[in-house]
Design a binder for this molecule. Structure first.
Ligand code: HEC
Length: 179
């Protein structure tokens, strides 16, 4: 005879399974929305660096916010933030702050996340780690001309002194849930 709780257990497992599938789909959607933003930022940085790091700082300063705005449309908002900001305008949205704090304290927690937001929306985050080219402008030993340019443009800069593999910050995306 079937255990009296079996249908309940089955319903629970099915619900858990579908919630898991939903989270997986949301993670994939967030990553997909973020990909062109990341590509464009990288291309701008590479292009800028071809003219030298000081010129690249100017390119980042002008283009990075423009790229974020260009990708924030059709109900999608996209950006990048950090626990150690260069540009104070990149401060984390409220829902990103606790995830960023977890990324900072827990290296093993540095994986993509989805969280439910108000108004039937979803948030997606991804950690940003320091790679070799980042050290030119975010590392421990900057060239004097680079340091001078950063100090001039970003008097409150907290985004130097990073090492390879350190957490640099997080990408975030907000999108509407599918109907
Ligand atoms: C040529 C210098 C330069 C290089 C190289 C560089 N950055 Fe930056 N980075 C900047 C500047 C300038 C800003 C501020 C842009 C702005 O005003 O929005 C910035 C901002 C950021 C931010 C936004 C948060 C904040 O602190 O304002 C993140 C995240 C970031 N950089 C990560 C990286 C990563 C990861 C790499 C390597 C792949 C990298 N950067 C390489 C100059 C650089």
């Amino acid at each position: 005879m079937m255990h009296p709780w079996a249908p309940l257990l089955l319903a629970f497992l099915l619900a858990a399974g579908s919630a898991q599938a939903e989270a997986k789909a949301e993670l994939a959607h967030g990553a997909e929305l973020l990909a062109p933003f990341k590509r464009e930022l990288k291309a701008t940085l590479t292009e800028g660096l071809a003219s030298g790091p000081v010129a690249a700082i100017g390119a980042c300063r002008l283009k990075a916010p423009e790229i974020a705005t260009a990708h924030s449309r059709d109900g999608i908002r996209i950006g990048r933030t950090s626990h150690r900001l260069r540009n104070p305008a990149n401060v984390a949205p409220e829902w990103v702050a606790p995830i960023l704090a977890e990324y900072v304290t827990e290296a093993s927690a540095r994986n993509p996340r989805v969280v439910p937001l108000a108004n039937d929306r979803t948030g997606y985050t991804e950690p940003i780690l320091v790679q070799p080219p980042c050290l030119t402008c975010h590392g421990e030993a900057l060239a004097p001309a680079v340091a001078a340019q950063i100090a001039e443009l970003y008097p409150d800069d907290s985004a130097v002194g990073f090492r390879l593999g350190d957490l640099r910050g997080a990408f975030w995306v907000e999108f509407a849930n599918p109907k």
